[in-house]
Design a protein around this ligand. Structure first.
Ligand code: PGA
Length: 238
């Protein structure tokens, strides 16, 4: 049996509504391929908050799941500027990035906040994709949940693409680190990888047995390149 594979695009703070329209038009060409491989391949995209509903409505004919890039530590209430897990869930959001290394580093997100966000998300039926650079960053409250309720994303900050380009680390290192995590945690977890994934690099990443998906930033902004990742995954994994 083929291993399940999650491809999740993270648009970060990019795109206007007009740019989203043309992205969706270009992306619709891979609809059929995703449908044909839906028994093992799940594709999701996390647009910025203002565009979640628009993206959901506009992709009703495309087999792509909705993701969010963050969630509040609070439930609904007097918390100006916050977006609760219940709101995301009501929009049909399936995945939510939590503890992305950019938020840990640039916004000082703490381990306590990350654990609260995970609990909020799971309570509302969302699947957190928890960004972790080291085993120490893996939140301890994941032990309260079952393996299908969350995903761990190994995502070293130095591997994230920048304006100067991609900063790939070797598949050997990803294999070694994630294997070690699994042994040391002594817990069944689902692990995906994020950091400078391209249509070319995804082929070797997908071949790492314990890697069950990839998080894709920069390349996901271009629907044609993101589609190339899908085509290459199908080539390697099906
Ligand atoms: P990138 O982003 O693909 O642009 O490197 C990945 C990430 O932030 O996880």
């Amino acid at each position: 049996m083929r291993k399940p594979f999650l491809l999740v695009g993270n648009w970060k703070a990019h795109k206007t509504i007009q740019e989203i329209d043309s992205w969706i038009t270009d992306f619709s060409s891979v609809s059929k391929i995703i449908s044909q491989n839906k028994d093992w391949l799940t594709v999701a995209v996390a647009p910025p908050f203002p565009f979640l509903q628009y993206f959901k409505l506009k992709t009703s004919e495309i087999p792509v799941q909705l993701g969010a890039q963050d969630v509040s530590i609070f439930s609904d209430g007097s918390y100006t500027g916050e977006v609760s897990a219940r709101m995301l869930s009501g929009l049909g959001t399936k995945y939510v990035f939590i503890g992305h290394s950019e938020r840990r580093k640039l916004l000082n997100e703490s381990a306590t906040m990350i654990e609260k966000k995970i609990s909020q998300a799971i309570k509302e039926g969302l699947i957190p994709i928890i960004g972790c650079q080291t085993i120490e960053e893996i939140p301890s409250n994941i032990r309260n949940f079952s393996v299908d309720q969350y995903v761990i994303m190994y995502e070293p900050y130095e591997a994230i693409s920048t304006d100067s380009g991609f900063h790939q680390i070797t598949p050997e290192r990803i294999d070694q680190v994630t294997k070690e995590w699994m042994v040391r945690l002594n817990l069944k977890i689902r692990v995906i990888y994020g950091g400078s994934v391209t249509p070319e690099s995804v082929e070797n990443l997908a071949r790492i047995p314990q890697i069950e998906g990839v998080g894709v930033g920069r390349i996901s902004l271009d629907a044609n390149q993101f589609s190339s990742i899908i085509r290459n995954l199908v080539k390697v994994l099906s």
